[in-house]
Design a protein around this ligand. Structure first.
Ligand code: NAD
Ligand code: UDP
Length: 319
């Protein structure tokens, strides 16, 4: 017996989900990890499978789910532009039907429910940095819209369930996060650049590389998620989560070449449609309400991530 909660994590075998599941187990909770393995894999949660408090369930959240839980973290959704553009219809279904199913479950269980929303709800922002009050600048029919508008609709659903049914919701707008357990072919910039650098291949800069992002290390983000879930029920968000240090993509590439000691050069490729020109979170609300501050600087987080990918590529080679 233990005095922990039973926590459902959808998308639990993805990058963020696998870290969240591991942390919840460390804190003594029971974890039900639900995933359809669209982008995630069993490998990220392999080390958890022997834990008696961990259960892995293959399930697509676009279909209803019946189980018992005290809290729900709804993370299921491909997060990399490469993945969500590959199957935009499924991405919208996951965002919208997935939210409806998980909200319906939370309503029956009277459970707290966390939504992994995204900085993409701000689109290509005209306000900088982005605070939670900004309504965004999103192309509703563009290539990224399956994700951006899917996530915006999910936010609408969360706040509608909150208003109409009094459901305790926690909506987090997550900014670019990186770390171990990212998929090597995930297509996101940090994993792409590290894998390319470790293989001495050219680092693919889309556009001029002048666009900016702010990168948060995964352990900082998970801590923020847990604090948010534990905060008073009237604190619903939306809440920005991320690191407020802003870098150009070119600076990121140069830092990764430096840290890996790689012989890679930079290669310029076309900028994908609707790629936001700048992005940096205003995290004053998280600072004030959760007393939270990212602790891991970019170079340190990149070092840890590089070590992870070095081991992964070595293992692949020896197989
Ligand atoms: P990820 O792609 O690594 O993980 C997503 C997981 O969801 C995968 O395991 C995938 O198989 C699963 N999934 C997808 N569709 C599903 C479905 N229909 N049913 C069940 N499982 C499904 O992505 P991530 O980086 O771990 O992101 C997790 C969540 O956080 C996503 O909702 C994403 O939108 C959000 N987010 C992440 C970031 C980031 O920088 N990592 C930024 C903003 C928002
Ligand atoms: N990017 C890049 N090279 C890559 C992958 C991404 O220059 O190999 C750029 C991409 O165009 C974007 C930024 O890096 O401007 C971040 O991309 P990512 O896919 O990681 O996340 P986004 O913030 O666009 O959702």
């Amino acid at each position: 017996m233990h005095d922990g909660k039973r926590v459902l994590v959808t998308g639990g075998s993805g990058f963020l989900g696998s870290h969240l599941c591991a942390r919840l187990l460390e804190l003594g909770h029971e974890v039900i990890c639900v995933d359809n393995f669209f982008t995630g894999s069993r490998i990220t949660v392999e080390s958890l499978l022997d834990n008696r408090r961990f259960e892995l369930l293959r399930h697509d959240v676009t279909f209803p789910l019946f189980l018992e839980a005290d809290e729900i973290y709804n993370l299921a959704c491909p997060a990399s532009p490469v993945h969500y553009r590959r199957d935009p219809v499924q991405t919208v279904k996951t965002c919208v039907h997935g939210a409806i199913n998980m909200l319906g479950l939370a309503k029956r269980l009277k459970a707290r429910i966390f939504q992994a929303s995204t900085s993409e709800v701000y689109g290509d922002p005209e306000e900088h940095p982005q605070s939670e009050n900004y309504w965004g600048h999103v192309n509703p029919i563009g290539e990224r819209s399956c994700y951006d508008e899917g996530k915006r609709c999910a936010e609408t659903l969360f706040f509608s369930y909150h208003r109409q049914h009094g459901l305790p919701v926690k909506v987090a707008r997550i900014f670019n996060t990186y770390g171990p357990h990212m998929h090597p072919n995930d297509g996101r910039v940090v994993s792409n650049f590290i894998v390319q650098a470790l293989q001495n291949k050219p680092l693919t800069l889309y556009g001029q590389g002048n666009q900016t992002r702010s990168f948060c290390y995964v352990s900082d983000l998970i801590e923020c998620m847990l604090r948010f879930m534990a905060s008073p029920p009237d604190f619903t968000g939306p809440l920005n989560m991320g690191n407020a240090q802003e870098f150009t993509i070119r600076e990121l590439a140069e830092t990764i070449i430096d840290l890996t000691g790689s012989a890679s050069r930079l290669a310029w490729e076309p900028l994908p449609a609707d790629d936001p020109a700048q992005r940096r979170p205003d995290i004053s609300l998280a600072r004030e309400r959760l007393n939270w501050e990212p602790a891991v600087p970019l170079r340190e987080g990149l070092r840890r991530t590089i070590t992870y990918f070095e081991n992964l590529l070595r293992e692949k080679k020896s197989r």
